[in-house]
Design a protein around this ligand. Structure first.
Ligand code: ADP
Length: 270
């Protein structure tokens, strides 16, 4: 509201200089708000597993004579500590992405290689649930950037596809290059699908359609926010097609290596 008032005043003054300042102020204000929300969310997200660890430790102590209960509480403790570890790792990854430019030291990245290494990380969990991961489209494509980060982005999409799909279903992943020189990496699942109201919001940090389900699969609520940051830092974007009940397709779009212009430091970072 303050920024809006400033803009109105600036346009009355008719000064372009003041107008630019007002816009900067709006952007700065928004970034500050985003950061404040993020810190508040982190505290909230950390409180749950930390609280659980404390309670489970107490329960473990008082169940010392019952081996079955001891095993149960110990397993829960282990699960919560793993969750805390993953959450910390994701928070660190996201802050790193917000303050550093992965294109500082860019390399030519083979997209097929990225897909191969990403899928490798999800294979064990998928196989355990009878989910088949089908890689298609063998076309050679290259982009400019950081192979490890791109592999994290694709892996996060495939991991979600596994988490939000029924046992025995199929996940497709492939890359194509459009005539306009855009490399499209698409991950398609036959899972729950995502309702229209949630489609924009799932890229926000800590937003989940079903928090209990996300927690059960060990989710941190940061996976897609990380994907979005990595893709934007590479000068690309991410699109989502989905229908409730019939599945989703997430498509990462990146400029082909020959078309890529490396974004200026911090340009895409929110
Ligand atoms: P999480 O750790 O909860 O999976 P993400 O940021 O990766 O966090 O995803 C945010 C939310 O988006 C998930 O909690 C889930 O509700 C929804 N979601 C993500 N990917 C899919 C998918 N392939 N199918 C259905 N829902 C999905």
């Amino acid at each position: 509201e303050t920024s809006l008032r400033m803009l109105v005043r600036a346009s009355r003054l008719g000064s372009r200089y003041v107008l630019v300042l007002a816009e900067d102020h709006t952007e700065q204000h928004r970034l500050e708000e985003v950061r404040r929300d993020f810190v508040a969310n982190i505290s909230h997200e950390l409180k749950t597993p930390i609280g659980a660890v404390g309670l489970l430790a107490e329960a473990l102590e008082s169940a010392a004579d019952d081996p079955e209960q001891v095993r149960y509480f110990a397993a829960s403790l282990q699960r919560e500590s793993l969750r805390l570890g993953r959450l910390t790792q994701d928070i660190i990854e996201l802050s790193r992405l917000q303050s550093a430019d992965p294109l500082d030291d860019p390399e030519i990245v083979d997209v097929r290689q990225v897909i191969r290494s990403a899928v490798e990380r999800d294979r064990v969990e998928a196989e355990a649930r009878g989910i088949e991961i089908v890689t298609r489209g063998g076309k050679h494509a290259t982009v400019v950037g950081d192979a490890d980060l791109l592999s994290v982005a694709v892996h996060n999409l495939v991991a979600n596809a596994v988490h939000y799909s029924p046992d025995g279903s199929r996940i497709g992943i492939g890359a194509t290059v459009t005539d306009a020189g855009v490399v499209e990496i698409a991950v398609t699942d036959q899972g729950d699908g995502i309702a229209e109201v949630d489609r924009e919001r799932i890229f926000e940090r800590f937003y989940r359609v079903d928090p209990a389900r996300s927690r059960r699969t060990g989710g941190t609520g940061l996976g897609l926010a990380i994907v979005k940051h990595i893709v934007q830092n590479h000068g690309g974007d991410i699109r989502l097609w989905s229908q409730l009940g019939s599945g989703s397709t997430f498509t990462i779009r990146l400029p082909e290596a020959s078309q890529a212009t490396v974004p200026a430091r911090g340009e895409h970072i929110v």
